[in-house]
Design a protein around this ligand. Sequence first.
Ligand SMILES: Nc1ncnc2c1ncn2[C@@H]1O[C@H](COP(=O)(O)OP(=O)(O)O)[C@@H](O)[C@H]1O
Ligand SMILES: [Mg+2]
Length: 246
Amino acid sequence: MPQGPVDAVAEAIDLVKVYGEGENQVVALNRVNVRFQRGSFTAIMGPSGSGKSTLMHCLAGLDRITDGRVILGGQELQSMMDAQLTRVRRDRIGFIFQSFNLLPTLTAEQNIVLPLDLAGKKADRAYLAQLADSLGLADRLTHRPSELSGGQQQRVAIARALITRPEVIFADEPTGALDTRTGTRLLEFLQQSSRVHGQSIIMVTHDPKAAAYADRALVLVDGRIVDDIQRPTVDSVNAAMARLEA
Ligand SMILES: Nc1ncnc2c1ncn2[C@@H]1O[C@H](COP(=O)(O)OP(=O)(O)O)[C@@H](O)[C@H]1O
Ligand SMILES: [Mg+2]
């Protein structure tokens, strides 16, 4: 591990991300410094356009950074060759995107285990059953995406991101399209994944109730971290959001 007492699974140092050029430049991240402790569950909050998705993409090596450094699993992202980065992403990272790209000709189960198939590995049947159960998909595994509702398709995409038991799970508003009951089950599942299995979770959310499942909540505004709340509660998160409007 690079420095300090914290076992960091991901770290950004003076991270800057600028989109576009000249007059169209947008500074999406403006010198972000943050460390994510291994095994912890962090929520990222902030207004729309504040840089939440950009931060996740930069941390996961899905987007090129403009300046600063990103360290993932003890390794400097910029120093990794493309093949190495692809391997790190495949073997150690799960990404739950806002959009889900399921393969239409595969069943739900085949979509879920696809990352394992691609890596030439076998699915752990017990874990697959547990995932399907937690996500309310147990009786939908043989259906194709066209036979599933939008929310069910999203849950298949979530299961697909988790099936490899990645060290780090990045989730961009994973409960956004889910009903309350399914959303709660997913949050409980993510919390258990960090507490019981030591997986690290970094989750963007707009919902203070969702953030309260995390160990820590960061608040981004205009590409900067303006708040860092330990053991967030609905009240402490609401208070932080109210401070933004003051
Ligand atoms: N691919 C892109 N090209 C240009 N600007 C972008 C791109 N992606 C994001 N942005 C801009 O960067 C800023 C941060 O975006 P984003 O990280 O998506 O915010 P959030 O996820 O918090 O809503 C916004 O001003 C957005 O318009
Ligand atoms: Mg976003």
